[in-house]
Ligand binder design. Structure first.
Ligand code: ADP
Ligand code: MG
Length: 227
């Protein structure tokens, strides 16, 4: 089944002399269960596209469908509800809250969703164990390595069981060994049926996905099936 369908998507920042068109007509379809890499050089519009796909930002023109929902007509409130339910985010710099423990960071999206305390406890522990950090529940981000912090971030992104995992340069701040662990985790998640969109400028990382979408100057240059 098709999870994402984007047609003629454009994005222009600023106005007048400062006007800059960053996305120039993106057509993209993503099926449920796919692991897609969006590959392109710095400044090509990857993060802009990710923010739009993740409903963090609006677009200038075009059409966006997610599942059976037309995202185009949704209000801010509807968008934020939709986002919290359907999409898990992972960023290059982990974006954990420094004053909260690993456990509290992962629990947070469940608090936003008003889950019961018992449910939060079960799911938070389960997710942290799933990413290999069952013994680090009380650790604060600055007591964890970069790789461990990114695994906490992945647990946080997935604890609400979203339909889509969106990752922007997830291994960009990690050394090779830690980056490898994150990619192995993505492979496991993909094997379990999770839909993943990963943004990267690194061709070797992109080759881990099942499909590579090459972006250049705000356009899709070509698509390539890897496996
Ligand atoms: P990438 O992630 O591929 O490096 P980005 O999507 O971050 O590319 O940026 C693409 C272009 O859009 C860049 O020229 C950048 O300066 C511009 N841009 C990104 N975000 C904004 C913004 N909020 N306001 C104005 N220009 C922006
Ligand atoms: Mg970027």
């Amino acid at each position: 089944m098709t999870l994402i369908e984007v047609e003629g998507l454009t994005k222009t920042y600023g106005s007048g002399d400062n006007e800059q068109t960053v996305l120039r007509g993106i057509d993209l379809e993503i099926q449920e269960g796919e692991f897609v890499a969006i590959l392109g050089p710095s400044g090509s519009g990857k993060s802009t596209l990710m923010n739009i796909l993740g409903c963090l930002d609006g677009y200038t023109s075009g059409r966006y469908r997610f599942g059976d929902k037309d995202v185009t007509g949704l209000s801010e409130t509807e968008l934020s509800l939709f986002r919290n339910k359907q999409i898990g985010f992972i960023f290059q710099q982990f974006n954990l809250l420094p004053r909260l423990s690993a456990y509290e960071n992962v629990e947070l999206p469940l608090i936003y969703q008003r889950s019961s305390k018992a449910d939060r406890q079960t799911r938070t522990k389960q997710m942290l164990t799933r990413v290999g950090l069952g013994d680090k529940l009380d650790a604060f981000p600055n007591q964890l390595s970069g790789g461990q912090q990114q695994r906490v971030a992945i647990a946080r992104a997935l604890v609400t069981n979203p339909s889509l995992l969106l990752a922007d340069e997830p291994t960009g701040a990690l050394d090779q060994a830690n980056g490898r662990q994150i990619m192995e985790l993505f492979h496991d998640l993909h094997a379990e049926g999770k839909t993943i969109i990963m943004i990267t400028h690194d061709i070797d990382i992109a080759r881990e996905a099942t499909r590579i979408v090459h972006v250049r100057d705000g356009k899709i240059e070509k698509e390539e099936r890897v496996r």
